[in-house]
Design a protein around this ligand. Structure first.
Ligand code: PLP
Length: 245
């Protein structure tokens, strides 16, 4: 039950599992960001996570992100309740529809994870230009080639990368993927490896971008993702409990 959940204990447990996975892979935990995916959960639970030291939060719906994290006119929103130093860093992790792009930029997210086509990249660039900011983004890749999924195919990404990197108000920081759901985390490993290899190829061909970030791994497979190079893991259920929606 949501009201009896111990967010601080869940966060501690996830961090411990992250540390163990990093150690197995000979990596430093410092290079891996835990993103607490707070979608569908109320601001009260996010405040508990903040108190427990969690700083980075992920939302997949733009309006929900705006209401919970950014809306200056809402007494509910964390922005109006907290001083600048205590504010969470918002990550938008869902697909951005064209007509939501303006609100997405207005949320001033630390990172937009799911830029999945050239058209939305161009639109975000224009909106960031109007806002006089440079928006940090990741490019979403459909590594498994699922017909139903969002994201660039590796081929499309090789074709469009140069154009996207030339957009002056976007800063491409790396890649993101959501592999097909399989209950066994080991099944996701080849997809994580594929994302890392694609990143390495892009970094070689397009050294003008940093390509540092690999946003991959969720509650059931973040340890596998860390073993394969994830720099951001997106964890919802293991921190906040099951979502009703
Ligand atoms: C909901 C969501 C997550 C978190 O999933 P859990 O299984 O609850 O950890 C991660 N990434 C994206 C893009 C999501 O939409």
């Amino acid at each position: 039950m949501t009201d009896t959940i111990d967010i601080a204990a869940n966060l501690a447990q996830v961090r411990q599992r992250m540390a163990a996975a990093a150690q197995r892979a000979g990596r430093s935990l410092d290079e891996i960001t835990l993103l607490a995916v707070s979608k569908t959960h109320p601001v009260g639970l996010i405040a508990q996570a903040l108190t427990a030291g969690q700083r980075d939060f992920g939302e997949n719906r733009v309006e929900e992100a705006w209401a919970k994290f950014a809306d200056p006119d809402s007494p509910e929103s964390l922005t109006s309740r907290l001083s600048a130093a205590d504010r969470p860093r918002l990550h938008l992790i869902g697909p951005i529809q064209s007509r939501k792009a303006s609100l997405a930029v207005a949320c001033r997210p630390a990172l937009i994870h799911a830029v999945d086509r050239l058209k939305i990249a161009a639109r975000l660039d224009r909106l960031a230009s109007e806002a006089q900011i440079v928006q940090e983004v990741l490019l979403e890749v459909n590594v498994a080639g699922e017909a139903s999924k969002f994201g660039f195919s590796p081929l499309e990404l090789h074709r469009d990368a140069e154009t996207i990197l030339a957009l002056p108000h976007l800063r491409v920081a790396g890649l993101m993927t959501i592999p097909p759901y399989e209950p066994e985390p080991e099944a996701a490993r080849p997809h994580f490896v594929a994302l890392r290899r694609l990143r390495d190829q892009l970094a070689q061909r397009h050294p003008q971008a940093a390509w540092r970030q690999l946003s991959m791994g969720m509650s059931h497979d973040f340890e596998t993702a860390i073993e394969e190079g994830a720099t951001i893991v997106r964890v919802g259920t293991a921190i906040f409990g099951r979502r009703d929606a």
